[in-house]
Design a protein around this ligand. Structure first.
Ligand code: 48H
Length: 260
């Protein structure tokens, strides 16, 4: 076989173009490919739901890679082991309900499972705004992260989504955008983001799962964004809550679709 340079380019361009067209309109759009966003995408994709994840960085995985202070192991508690087992990730039983995973295996497997199940991850895509028609969020406004970083004046493109998930982590960027553009209309007691609290691992982990859900009509939050929106404590480098929050948001959206 001859390897022809132009064929390599054609295959990349054709494949990417096909994905872009296929996911221009999706049932669920997830902003952020950290542990919570990827877990949500995995469970949604596994149900055959068309799900697209937008990730600003070069690699999917968010805070997984860094483990705790760059020690790249991840701690999860008993409750979250059902997610670890669904994903087929190796684990070490550390006793007393603690388990540990290799951070690289978790980030890699989660990303791979989303794609293997038919989800799409667009890395290097930054979500800069939402589409809001008569108060209803209908999609996201996206640009290349490189354009964002370079501060170039390049207009974005639009991706239509029926449901949107804020999985942007500590910054809760989608919730912040909604408040900025639509006012204090989040489903919190003030309508505004309440801000993340100081570290309390046990409460932070419970809080995140309890409060995972809809934050604005058709918009959901998962992962660290939940605690930033509802005022829960941070939990430090334990990831069970992120996995369980991602699973919960997927289940809520799956149920919601059934009601329609
Ligand atoms: C595209 C975006 C945008 C945007 C952000 O930070 P993450 O890992 O988020 P979670 O919530 O899944 O996991 C949180 C966990 O990593 C963590 O930080 C913990 C447990 N902290 C505890 C503590 O006490 O500190 O991932 C979010 C992802 C990142 O990859 C961002 O690049 C991406 O979202 N992102 N992508 N467009 N506008 N904003």
């Amino acid at each position: 076989m001859r390897v022809r340079e132009k064929e390599i380019t054609r295959i990349i361009v054709d494949g990417f173009w096909k994905d872009l067209k296929e996911f221009m309109s999706s049932e669920v759009g997830i902003v952020g490919a950290g542990p919570s966003g990827l877990t949500a995408a995995f469970y949604l994709a596994r149900e055959g739901i068309r799900v697209v994840v937008f990730e600003r960085k070069l690699s999917a995985g968010g805070g997984i890679w860094g483990g705790g202070m760059m020690f790249n192991r991840v701690v999860v508690q008993e409750d979250a082991m059902r997610v670890v087992k669904d994903l087929g990730i190796n684990f070490k039983n550390e006793g007393e309900g603690y388990y540990s995973l290799d951070a690289v295996e978790l980030a890699g497997t989660l990303s791979a499972q989303v794609v293997k199940n038919g989800g799409k991850v667009f890395n290097l895509f930054s979500v800069e705004d939402v589409v809001m028609v008569e108060g209803k969020v209908r999609g996201v406004v996206v640009n290349w992260s490189a354009v964002e970083i370079a501060g170039l004046h390049v207009d974005p493109l639009i991706f239509e989504t029926e449901y949107l998930v804020d999985a942007t982590g500590h910054s809760a960027e989608i919730a912040t955008l909604i408040v900025k553009k639509a006012g204090k209309k989040l489903f919190t007691s003030t309508g505004d983001l309440k801000g993340e609290g100081s570290l309390w691992a046990e409460r932070g982990e419970e809080f995140i799962v309890e409060h995972t859900g809809e934050i604005y009509p058709g918009v959901y939050a998962t992962g660290m964004a939940v605690n930033a929106i509802f005022g829960g404590p941070r939990m430090g480098p334990i990831f069970g809550g992120m996995l369980l929050s991602g699973k919960k948001v997927a289940e809520l959206i799956i149920e919601r679709r059934k009601e329609k």
